[in-house]
Design a protein around this ligand. Structure first.
Ligand code: SAM
Length: 323
């Protein structure tokens, strides 16, 4: 019976709504209200959540995100607390701006790997897209992550027409040559990306076509739980590795989706594309067994309620949902 099986789940936990960047498709330049520190989940509450999910589910992965997780003070302690739970896959997604200084500490704390957002390898385009980012810092972050062994290091690129769509092969060559996996994401029409979507969206099919002129691409076995379709890519002499295409818009991967998202203020979200969320902070204030059980039951309802989405229907930004 399904209710007695341990359902597979992977958690994406936003540890802060704050970010030092204002990527054009993610956050508006002005008018981002900072939540009071007291509204943000404490480390204790986040760890309690992970522990409850581990006890009630087959917990595959915990993915820390934001906002920018590395701007949260004490993030290394949180990683250590989660690592103590022996989660099979403990990951952090970052813009990489602060990674050079923390990669080794994160590794020592028990982080397994990182995903780094890198939408351009040209200073000017990087600055245009991130509105304030310093490309050199993220490149140093990638190097530090590789040296620290936070592998596989994955590079995420959101492909944007007229901004970076002409650099896909260059970014892929750059990333693979470093020893990273490189994944190209379709822009999702959520938050402030909705207004730009029509002009900026580039499909994975088009990205594949562009890459195919520089790489020999061989499809790799697909795991339905994975968001990306992966290819073995062989490019310039000596450059090969894994390239992934994440087609959230053109080919949603809802069928195998095991994700539950927790926002930095304690809202549980089963689907990124929908407005619905459930406040769970009250369950995280205590270790009482009833609270844990109620939380698990609520989470089971969220997982079982997952469905195949047809359209995106939310004004929420990735930065608040936990990208
Ligand atoms: N600050 C971290 C970072 O930059 O990776 C983590 C948070 S960020 C919201 C997580 C990921 O979401 C990034 O790779 C970002 O490019 C992606 N993202 C944000 N808005 C998006 C959108 N509308 N469509 C597709 N990806 C988006």
């Amino acid at each position: 019976m399904k209710s007695q099986q341990r359902r597979a789940v992977s958690l994406r936990i936003s540890v802060t709504d704050r970010c030092q960047l204002r990527c054009v498709y993610c956050l508006p330049l002005k008018g981002v209200t900072k939540l009071p520190a007291g509204d943000i989940l404490s480390f204790e509450e986040i760890i309690r959540f992970a522990r409850a999910m581990q006890a009630g589910f087959d917990l595959l992965k915990v993915h820390l995100t934001g906002g920018e997780p590395l701007v949260r003070h004490g993030i290394v302690e949180l990683v250590a607390g989660l690592a103590a739970l022996r989660i099979p896959d403990l990951v952090l997604t970052t813009n990489g701006q602060l990674l050079a200084g923390s990669a080794l500490d994160l590794k020592h704390a028990g982080l397994h790997r990182v995903t780094i957002s890198l939408d351009s390898i040209h200073d000017e385009t990087y600055q245009t897209i991130t509105r304030g980012g310093d490309l050199k810092r993220t490149l140093a972050g990638i190097k530090a992550a590789l040296q620290a062994g936070l592998a596989p290091v994955k590079i995420n690129v959101v492909v944007l027409r007229g901004l970076n769509d002409n650099e896909t092969a260059d970014i892929a060559h750059f990333g693979l040559a470093q020893g990273c996996q490189v994944r190209f994401l379709e822009l999702m029409p959520i938050g402030c990306a909705r207004a730009q979507f029509r002009d900026r969206f580039v499909s994975s099919a088009e990205v594949h076509q562009r890459l195919a002129s520089s790489f020999q691409l061989t499809p790799l076995d697909h795991d339905i739980r994975r968001s990306s379709r992966n290819f073995l890519a062989v490019g310039r002499p000596g450059v090969s590795g894994t390239i992934g295409l994440i087609s959230s818009k053109s080919h949603p991967f809802c069928a195998g989706c095991t994700r539950l998202r927790l926002t930095s203020t304690g809202q549980l979200i089963a689907c990124l594309a929908r407005e619905e969320s459930v406040p769970i902070r009250e369950f995280l204030r205590t270790d009482a067994p009833e609270a844990t059980r109620d939380l698990q039951e609520l989470a089971i309802r969220q997982v079982d309620g997952k469905c195949l989405r047809t359209e995106f229907d939310t004004a929420r930004a990735m930065a608040s949902v936990g990208g």
